[in-house]
Design a protein around this ligand. Sequence first.
Ligand code: NAP
Length: 262
Amino acid sequence: MELGITGRWALVCAASKGLGKGCAEALVMEGANVVINARSSKALEETAAHLRHLNPAASIYTVAGDIALVETRQAALEACPQIDILITNAGGPPPGDFRDWSRQDWLDAIDVNMVTPIELIKATVDAMASRGFGRVINITSAAVKAPIDILGLSNGARSGLTGFIAGLSRQPQLVGRNVTINNLLPGSFDTDRLRSTQKGIAQSSGRSYEDVRDSFRRSVPSQRFGTAEEFGAFCAFLCSAQAGYMTGQNILLDGGSYPGAY
Ligand code: NAP
């Protein structure tokens, strides 16, 4: 299927590794130009070189910096001649016990995982609407639908974003002008983040990394972890010309882990 996004401009946040990188790869292979962001410039430039190799016809720009900072967001927005596609993403907050979290811990989580995507959306959607095309995808988490106790900061901040998007995405001045906003909810994807979580559990429990990884894998009905390539391909379809009638949805990609019918 031709997705109809050749020549579109995409800003993909937190994209030097993992799910963000998977989204950037899929968009570039579909002919989009991208601005990619991450804090460490070394991995970011390596990913940019890889993307240029995937599609030499695409323009690939990089903006290094923490996307939660105003100046990074400004630089990322200015690096794109226009933004047709916005993929919001950042690292998730640390796990823990809510009894140990300070007010500042909550504010930091809300800043990165709720306010940052909202600020990026605010800066881009009205111009998308005026041009008659826009796609916003927020990378959130399966924990929005099935909260995990130790990920309370993530559950709280991402639920706030989810509630906000449910209202905004249905504004006729946006979806009536072909601007859609959807959330992608990853379950267990085989990225650095998942591997470091598994290593942490192995260290604290005295089990081997392989044993922890295998028990994670067997807990997923599909009996495997998702890949960043699968995630990116799904994201690219949501950004396609064909996906214009879907907005305000929370789409689980979790190998069947969520047990509910709805
Ligand atoms: P990952 O493999 O660790 O990659 C994270 C990427 O984001 C890296 O490129 C990292 O580069 C960049 N990044 C992190 N914080 C950033 C910031 N503040 N500003 C700019 N760039 C930033 O993680 P992932 O697995 O792809 O996860 C992506 C998101 O999905 C996270 O929010 C995670 O919580 C969520 N998620 C993942 C899974 C999963 O199974 N993988 C499941 C549920 C939810 P730098 O470190 O250089 O900045």
